[in-house]
Ligand binder design. Structure first.
Ligand SMILES: O=C(O)CCC(=O)C(=O)O
Length: 268
């Protein structure tokens, strides 16, 4: 079993300067990685005809297996190093790329999409498959989280998202690929410029993405009708959100497809 590790002061400083962290000790090792991948197969088996793994958004509301990943103390210890003592889990999704897929995630800043207060939300990107440059690892442009939010434009047709940054508004040569074996996580700030290229490999690239916010952050229910806050550490001094109920069933899905919800989010 992987040991619980806290971030060192150097790692905290690196995140503050660069807006991301990678190369952390694995969260899941050995047997646990096999269980993680088996869990993924079980959750994907719940998809309706015509749905894709990337339609699995916020199923932590219904699946205890996913909720438990989000509440894993080994992950929370690392997140606490960035967000401090009081934070909640806000949203989750799988971001996947099938073998030989042209789909890309265009360069963007999450807080442009979310309209949440900048640099108070951390994304944990958990590698469910091995993640390599060939299968489309996420890339970040270090330090751009401190440059403010930049205007985005409508994205091209091979894009997984609706908006992208203009090329030329940053230097793509500065990009760092967050390569990781399955069971490891990276973390990134919601204002960092990031994206990912196509999957030119023969295997799937599978990431489970968890967003954690400081308690003061407001996710507007107008845009996020399925939003529930799950306090993960400390106290909620703000009480701006309704606390979610922890699901009971290990593998269960929302009745309604998430497709509609994803569209709503993309048009915010
Ligand atoms: O998985 C990717 O390639 C991009 C992920 C992303 O945009 C995010 O987690 O905010």
């Amino acid at each position: 079993m992987a040991a619980t590790t806290r971030l060192t002061p150097e790692q905290v400083q690196f995140y503050a300067d660069n807006g991301y962290l990678n190369g952390l000790a694995p969260v899941y090792t050995g047997e646990e990685v096999a269980e993680l991948q088996e869990g993924y197969r079980r959750i994907v088996s719940l998809l309706y005809d015509g749905e894709l793994p990337s339609d699995i958004m916020n199923w932590h509301l219904t699946s205890k297996w996913l909720y438990d990943i989000c509440a894993n103390p080994r992950i929370l210890d690392l997140v606490e190093g960035i967000l401090g003592p009081n934070f909640y889990m806000a949203r989750t999704e799988f971001i996947t790329k099938s073998p030989k897929s042209d789909k890309i995630v265009p360069w963007h800043q999450d807080s442009y999409y979310w309209s949440t207060e900048k640099s108070k939300t951390v994304t944990v990107w958990l590698a469910v498959s091995d993640v390599t440059e060939q299968n489309g690892a996420m890339k970040v442009i270090p330090g751009t989280h401190n440059a403010g939010i930049i205007q985005h434009r409508i994205a091209g047709k091979d894009s997984i998202l609706s908006f992208e940054l203009e090329r030329g508004s940053f230097n793509e040569n500065d990009a760092i690929a967050l390569v990781n074996p399955a069971g490891c996580i990276s973390m990134h700030d919601d204002a960092i410029i990031h994206g990912s290229g196509p999957n030119v490999s023969d295997g799937w690239r599978i990431g489970f993405v968890i967003r954690y916010s400081q308690t003061g952050v407001y996710w507007d229910p107008k845009h996020y009708p399925d939003f529930r806050m799950y306090m993960m550490r400390g106290v909620d001094e703000f009480k701006r959100h309704e606390q979610g109920e922890v699901p009971i069933e290990r593998f269960a899905r929302p009745e309604e497809s998430n497709r509609r919800i994803r569209k709503t989010e993309a048009s915010n």
